[in-house]
Design a protein around this ligand. Structure first.
Ligand code: ATP
Ligand code: MG
Length: 578
């Protein structure tokens, strides 16, 4: 159960990208929009990707267009089918369905033909410089680059060499195919960027068919053009690449070159070629998180977390296991909005969106995390009754559940204080407290083992039972409880932020995020939950009353051995600490 963002609290989406789309539709530039979400399958998607997914797929939904899921698999050494599966799972979990599932590698043949076209046009050449030499010739921000001695090879020689690159005749790194643009350009991306490199590596999709692989900018722009993408949305770091993107699209001109698309038509793919427009927006960044696939991979490999789906990880697989809902992520993305300003957002925005979504959607249960025994001496040993509790205080349609009640209960240890601090409203020796939905209890006797309180004995006011005249008698504190005989022991994983500082990624003073790990980021305790929580299906979320939001663990939870992960506390406990 997950609520979609509430339109009454969410500002109308009217960011600069949506304005562009509206104008393009109004002017007739496009009949329908086409977008794509293009992850590289070299790791698991993270919270940042949720923004791109919601934007790419969300736009297509809002404007009646289409969005493809495209795996940008041009770097085979780092890619893996495991990532491909997880990416698909994540996109669907967020609630989106792709128009077509494509791979950049589906287009390798087209890219190759397009490269030959560039060579024939005099727009590309085979270079024999080594990677180090290429770097040296490239110049700097203040200094123009120098042309490679191989820049003026004839079309025939270039074609011959490129075909031999493709045939696998040369070693890795021996040659590259480069675009012939402008070695003096102020934009270093235009100083004859590489289009193809030699890499004798097996590819997760094409196997050993190719000893050469296209470079990102070339493959990405042409993939967009092939798929008829109208608005190619990406993050700001690609702004400087846009001139190269446009150069590739224009020089290859797929929209007017059906002969280049023959390999696709042969595969049964439609000719949809277009001139896409790249538009950049700011990345999503939160404090207290590290969000780069490279660093997340290092955290997994170094054993700092229990894998990609560790509930403390900012991966979509991780936060899903933690109990984040698709609704919470969509709400967060709406709140944050789309702009060109890069900023570091406060993690409370993310946590607040989760609280808000779960407050509306999660049913209430009672669970005791740090149990203390309570014995109600004026009930029989065998006393047993079934109380009816609403599943949700603000949503009658969520129905009710039966909560067993008996003579012996578990309450939260912190709800009793022998020597209460000032303002303490819960149970104290000789004091009264309301047991949620069951009546008013008075503590008559405190049983201790040494210093430790082990049991509270007391009486239930019979006039305060549900339905009785005294049920509404005013009492300061209300606490939750579970019936000891009926409650089910549960493993409860209390998660907290993985890092203790807001900026774990600052690299200052030789420090790294490794130095800021929160040793308290996971505590596992055994608590007790009411039967209606134990029988939950994996991935159901609950508010354990007064305690926080919890989710039945996606992998480990069973009704015999319940396992609950704390998704988020009811209030922001970090703000109070600060
Ligand atoms: P990372 O740098 O974290 O490893 P990436 O940018 O390399 O991620 P890609 O697989 O290339 O990841 O990203 C797929 C799409 O998601 C791209 O369009 C990219 O711009 C977008 N994206 C990645 N990270 C973010 C983020 N933090 N906020 C918004 N969009 C993002
Ligand atoms: Mg990337």
């Amino acid at each position: 159960m997950s609520a979609s963002p509430d339109s009454s609290t969410t500002p109308a989406r009217n960011d600069f990208i949506r304005q562009i789309v509206r104008e393009d539709l109004a002017s007739g530039k496009h009949d329908a929009i086409r977008t794509r979400f293009p992850p590289e399958p070299n790791g698991y998607l993270h919270i940042g990707h949720a923004k791109a997914i919601c934007l790419d797929f969300g736009l297509a939904q809002e404007f009646g267009g289409r969005c493809n899921l495209r795996l940008d698999d041009t770097n085979p050494a780092k890619e893996d089918p495991e990532y491909v599966r997880a990416i698909q799972d994540d996109v669907q979990w967020l609630g989106f369905e792709w128009n077509a599932l494509r791979h950049a590698s589906d287009y390798f043949e087209v890219f190759y033909l397009a490269a030959e076209k560039l060579i024939r046009q005099g727009d590309a050449y085979v270079d024999d410089l080594t990677a180090d030499e290429v770097r040296e010739y490239r110049g700097t921000l203040t200094e123009a680059g120098r042309p490679s001695p191989f820049r003026d090879r004839s079309v025939e020689e270039n074609l011959d060499l490129f075909r031999r690159m493709r045939a696998g005749e040369f070693a890795d790194g021996a040659r590259t195919l480069r675009a012939k643009i402008d070695m003096a350009s102020g934009n270093i991306n235009l100083r004859d960027p590489a289009l193809y490199r030699i890499k004798h590596v097996e590819h997760q999709n094409t196997g050993n068919a190719w000893p050469i692989y296209p470079m990102y900018d070339y493959a990405h722009s042409l993939s967009d053009a092939i798929e008829g993408i109208t608005h190619s949305l990406c993050t700001l770091e690609f702004e400087d690449h846009r001139p190269l993107y446009d150069w590739c699209v224009e020089k290859v001109d797929l929209a007017n070159s059906p002969e280049l698309l023959a390999p696709l038509l042969a595969k049964g793919l439609p000719n949809e070629a277009s001139r896409p427009r790249q538009i950049e927006f700011s990345r999503l960044n939160f404090n207290y998180l590290v969000m780069s696939k490279r660093k997340l991979l290092a955290m997994v490999n170094d054993g700092l977390v229990d894998g990609w789906d560790d509930p403390r990880m900012p991966t979509l697989q991780g936060i899903r296991r933690r109990g984040y809902t698709p609704g919470a992520l969509r709400l967060m993305v709406d709140r944050v909005g789309i702009s060109k300003q890069n900023s570091l957002l406060d993690i409370s925005i993310l946590e607040g969106a989760l609280r808000e979504d779960l407050d509306a959607s999660a049913q209430r249960r009672m669970g005791v995390i740090d149990p203390l025994k309570v014995v109600i001496t004026n009930l029989d040993e065998a006393h047993e009754e079934s109380l009816t509790f609403p599943n949700h205080p603000k949503d009658e349609s969520a129905g009710t559940r039966a909560v067993p009640f008996s003579r012996e209960l578990w309450i939260e240890r912190e709800d009793f204080e022998e020597v209460p601090p000032k303002g303490f409203k819960r149970l104290i020796p000789g004091g009264e407290v309301r047991l949620r939905g069951a009546g008013i209890f008075r503590c008559d006797e405190v049983i201790k083992d040494g210093e430790r309180v082990v049991e509270i004995r007391g009486t239930l006011d019979p006039e305060s039972r549900p339905g009785m005249a005294g049920a509404d008698r005013k009492i300061k504190g209300t606490i939750h409880w579970v019936s000891a005989r009926h409650a089910v022991p549960a493993e409860i994983r209390l998660y907290d932020r993985l890092f203790t500082v807001a900026d774990p990624d600052n690299d200052e003073g030789g420090k790294s995020y490794r130095d800021y790990l929160n040793p308290e980021s996971r505590r596992t305790v055994t608590g007790y939950v009411e039967p209606a929580a134990a029988t939950a299906t994996p991935e159901s979320s609950f508010q354990f009353e007064r305690t926080g939001y919890f989710v039945a663990d996606r992998y480990d939870h069973t009704s015999q051995r319940p396992v609950f992960n704390r998704s988020v506390t009811l209030r922001d406990t970090w703000a109070a600490k600060a």
